[in-house]
Ligand binder design. Structure first.
Ligand code: XMP
Length: 542
């Protein structure tokens, strides 16, 4: 899983679920909408983002491997196809192949960066490696507007990342624009419905990028732009009903956005056939457990079993300091507790909050190096025989929030920052997790969140939290020498948790937080700020 959503259900997601061989509940393809524009992935770092942007334009999109069979593509009858960028040179031996048949399906195709170069090369244009690459901001000089650049300024900024360059478009194509280093930065053949742009329309540094996408989606592909995540709720509900019939369903609920929205959707579909199990490991944020119970049981009337398992978790964590050991212990206990409850319920189906980015990541199989084991902590044992219900597997995170809001979830729940499955345990570093330290870091977290919300910054930050290094340092409080814990403030901005930057929190805010942490929490006498980005650091300290 992406880990962006860190939930108790997260323990059950992603690779672990695949490994344990639970039956996949949902088909690989979707027919969520009559109109769709597909993105074929040639390995670019922005491929997922292209699909997200297309959806933001109100057109359903999925990211598929560049070598997907032509029959499969034809079967889907897409309104258009986008070829993504990619890191390879079109002249590299192992360059991902663009099959010419793809350009003859009778479906409009737009190539971006590598996609454009590959298209140019296949159709007889001139593509060469330029003496200098073009990376970052550049300027686009429009000569002909054509369809793709219609009504857009003659001069505009764009974002580039390439070395191979198109020098001449294929015969019959019109060169629409050049850039500082690219003689042909956009071309089109309206007749053949083929389009290419060297720049990246999907990143914010291309201010007219969305307009270019819209020209392609609406004017070329004829899409109506009416798709939205919320508009597919009814369809999802019908699917869930069909899959589940009158069977019983179980869901591991954590209060995180993904598992919450998944649970609500399933509840809307099959009502009290669903039982949620909330394994409370005692390492949640302040008042979080009570909130989960209040929201689901009292507000939405979802059958909920709240298992207060703090004692057993803490017992098993005694003396554990190694981060991986900590995660494994928590993951293992989580499963034991969950299993014990599940065995009383006789459920055939298990709800998982798998997101589309998880699906892409596991399908892509690029096998990024494992930095932390967190995304498949424990996994489910082989003999747990559930069919999976994954109502979010076609949705990106923002879309899940939109669905949550549509289902009536309160804003503070919909916009909750991600929180790791093992909870506050991985924010106590360099020493064992115990009640005293949990109380300190929980209180610290509550103070920080309170001030960040008051400053109106909560939504802007990907995550903000406190870390407790299990060391003590000397201070002087009320004329007395103190020997107490430091608290480290960690706040980051990020799009997807893969990379992150430390947030430039205002000094005044930091001062208020620092004062409150030291004044209000016994056992804290020092506050530090983490100013590292990811990479080379990670977001969490463990
Ligand atoms: P890192 O620390 O690897 O975190 O930069 C990336 C994202 O994953 C979350 N995270 C976890 N989620 N179990 C989870 O479910 C874990 O053990 C875990 N560790 C980190 C982290 O909060 C961030 O959003």
């Amino acid at each position: 899983m992406s880990g962006a959503e860190a939930t108790a259900a997260g323990h059950l997601e992603g690779d672990a679920a695949v490994e344990m061989g639970v039956a996949g509940g949902a088909a690989a393809d979707s027919d969520l909408t009559a109109q769709e524009v597909l993105v074929l992935d040639f390995g670019g770092q922005y491929s997922q983002l292209i699909a997200r942007r297309v959806r933001e334009c109100g057109v359903y999109s999925e990211l598929l491997p560049h070598d997907i069979s032509l029959d499969a593509l034809r079967e889907r009858k897409p309104n258009g196809i986008i070829l993504s960028g990619g890191p390879a040179s079109v002249y590299a031996d192992d360059a991902p192949e663009l099959r010419p048949e793809l350009l003859e399906l009778g479906v409009p195709v737009m190539g971006i960066c590598y996609g454009m170069q590959a298209m140019a090369l296949k159709l007889g244009g001139r593509v060469e490696q330029a003496p200098v690459g073009e990376f970052g901001r550049s300027n686009l000089h429009v000569r002909e507007h054509g369809t793709l650049l219609r009504d857009l300024p003659d001069e505009q900024q764009c974002w580039m990342s390439h070395r191979d360059t198109v020098y001449e478009p294929p015969p019959g194509f019109v060169a629409l624009a050049s850039s500082d280093e690219s003689p042909v930065a956009a071309f089109e053949s309206a007749e053949r419905q083929l389009y290419g742009i060297q720049f990246h329309p999907e990143v914010v540094h291309t201010p007219y990028g969305t307009d270019v996408l819209k020209r392609f989606l609406y004017d070329v592909c004829g899409a109506d732009g009416l798709w939205s995540a919320a508009s597919v709720i009814d369809e999802q509900i019908a699917r869930i009903r069909e899959q589940v019939g009158d069977g019983k369903v179980i869901c591991g609920l954590s209060g995180g956005v993904d598992s919450s929205v998944a649970a609500l959707l399933v509840h809307k579909a099959v009502g009290d056939q669903l039982t949620c199990v909330f394994v409370d490991h005692g390492m949640m944020r302040k008042n979080e457990a009570e909130q989960v119970v209040a929201v689901f049981r009292d507000n939405f009337h979802v059958p909920l079993i709240h298992v207060d398992a703090a004692d057993i978790f803490l017992q098993r964590l005694e003396g554990v300091t190694d981060p991986e050991q900590k995660r494994k212990t928590i993951g293992d206990q989580f499963i034991r507790t969950f299993e014990a409850e599940a065995s009383t319920l006789d459920a055939k189906f298990l709800v998982q909050g798998t997101l589309y980015s998880d699906v892409i990541e596991s399908g892509a199989g690029h096998g990024a190096a494992m930095i932390k084991s967190h995304h498949n902590v424990g996994g489910l044992p082989e003999d747990m025989d559930f069919s999976l219900v994954e109502p979010l597997r076609w949705l990106f995170k923002d879309e899940v929030r939109a669905v949550g809001a549509e289902l009536g979830m309160a804003e503070n729940l919909v916009w909750r920052q991600p929180f790791p499955g093992p909870g506050l345990a991985i924010r106590i570093v360099g020493g064992e997790v115990n009640r005293e330290r949990l109380d300190v870091v929980r209180e610290a977290d509550a103070i920080l969140q309170d001030e960040i919300r008051k400053a109106g910054l909560y939504r802007e930050l990907w995550q903000s939290f406190c870390v407790l290094p299990a060391i003590k340092s000397v201070g002087v409080q009320g004329d007395e020498r103190s020997y107490a814990y430091p608290i480290v403030i960690r706040a980051v901005t990020s799009d997807d948790a893969m990379t992150a930057d430390w947030a430039r929190l205002p000094y005044d805010l930091l001062e208020t937080v620092s004062k409150r942490l030291i004044n209000e929490i016994r056992g804290v006498n020092r506050v530090a700020l983490d100013i590292s980005s990811k990479p080379p650091a990670t977001i969490e300290w463990e």
